[in-house]
Design a protein around this ligand. Structure first.
Ligand SMILES: [Zn+2]
Length: 345
């Protein structure tokens, strides 16, 4: 199963494709449209594992929210209120279907089909799909737990697990408790951003794991690139909760898109703005879109343009160097850098 998972492009590709898919759904929702029937049969992805294109087909299902009480769905992906015939499709039934697709794509098990359902009477499956049984990873009730699927901590980030609990826990009976699609987009991108490529088996895994999730090879040295907010009036930089965190290792460059620089998700958020590379304990940075960046330290400041500028990175605490995405006298986003040395074999 692991081989099949990795042949399909592995964890990072799955996270990125799901993020793209939720981004498209989120854009539809932003226009007041409901997709109605998200299911694995309606989502087309490019076959090439390096490609990240995604298409939603069956656009004739699209309708304006509240304009229709149509409630059809693909079995396994209908929200409980649709399955029970209590309501038509809306953005929250889309969100349920997407969450089920995301959970299944990442962990290879259906969120509602635990051992109790799989080994019990057929009526139990109906009850599960009507939202009358606990989901398989319910933190409060483990009646329907299962040992099937990949261990959740290697395929779901802590924030994705939180979204799943809200969607399939309280959100099963109360649609309003369900996270909206935009939250999935944000958390899926964040999860993909914090993955590393294993130098041994070339698969991707979460950088919070000390060994590769697929071959147990020790985690290589990497840099946590934290995106934070800079307010010039504060005078000096204060440690704060990062808005986003990325993992940069020497196996591949890290491209910061407009999503990091501006914090926005959407059509133009995929433009490549900045390239970072790691060589030993030195970071190289250059601008990819002609815009000027500023690299500052306690003692100096330097312009960064198309030519690569290098600076050292040290383990542990706040590292002195700050990469500014905007002019120093206005508020903007910055990156700070923390080296995490590799685990010993
Ligand atoms: Zn590996």
């Amino acid at each position: 199963m692991a081989e099949w998972y990795l042949d399909g492009g592995g964890l990072r590709r799955r996270l990125l494709l799901l993020a793209r898919c939720s981004e498209i759904l989120s854009q539809l929702h932003g226009k007041g449209l409901v997709y109605t029937d998200p299911s694995p049969n309606n989502i087309f992805i490019s076959e090439d594992v390096d490609a990240r294109e995604i298409r939603l087909i069956d656009a004739d299902n699209l309708h304006y929210e509240k304009s229709s009480s149509r409630g059809f769905y693909t079995p396994g992906y209908g929200a409980p209120e649709l399955v029970q015939g209590k309501s038509g499709a809306d953005t929250l039934t889309d969100a349920h279907a997407f969450a089920a697709i995301a959970f299944q794509t990442l962990s290879l098990v259906h969120p509602l089909m635990g051992d109790m359902v799989n080994e019990g009477e057929p009526e139990l499956e109906t009850q599960a799909l009507e939202g009358k049984l606990p989901w398989i990873d319910d933190t409060e009730e483990n009646r329907n737990a299962t040992t099937q699927g990949f261990p959740r901590d290697i395929v779901l980030s802590p924030r994705l697990r939180e979204l799943c609990q809200r969607c399939f826990g309280a959100g099963l009976k109360e649609p309003k408790q369900r996270p909206g699609i935009a939250q999935w987009t944000e958390k899926l991108y964040a999860a993909a951003d914090f993955t590393l490529r294993c130098p041994e088996c070339q698969s991707t895994y979460y950088a919070n794991q000390k060994v590769c999730s697929w071959c147990d090879y020790p985690r290589p040295t990497f840099v946590q690139v934290r995106i934070q907010r800079w307010e010039p009036l504060q005078g000096s930089f204060k440690e704060q909760k990062p808005l986003q965190a990325n993992a940069l290792a020497d196996s591949e460059p890290l491209i910061l898109t407009k999503r990091f620089v501006s914090g926005r998700i959407g059509i133009d958020s995929h433009q490549e703005n900045i390239e970072l590379v790691l060589e030993g304990e030195t970071i190289g940075v250059r601008s990819l879109n002609g815009k000027c960046l500023w690299l500052t330290s306690d003692s100096a400041q330097k312009e960064v343009r198309e030519r690569r500028v290098s600076f050292p990175v040290k383990p542990g605490q706040y590292n002195n160097y700050i990469l500014h995405f905007g002019n120093l006298d206005g508020s903007h986003r910055i990156a700070t850098f923390y080296l995490v040395r590799g685990e010993k074999a």
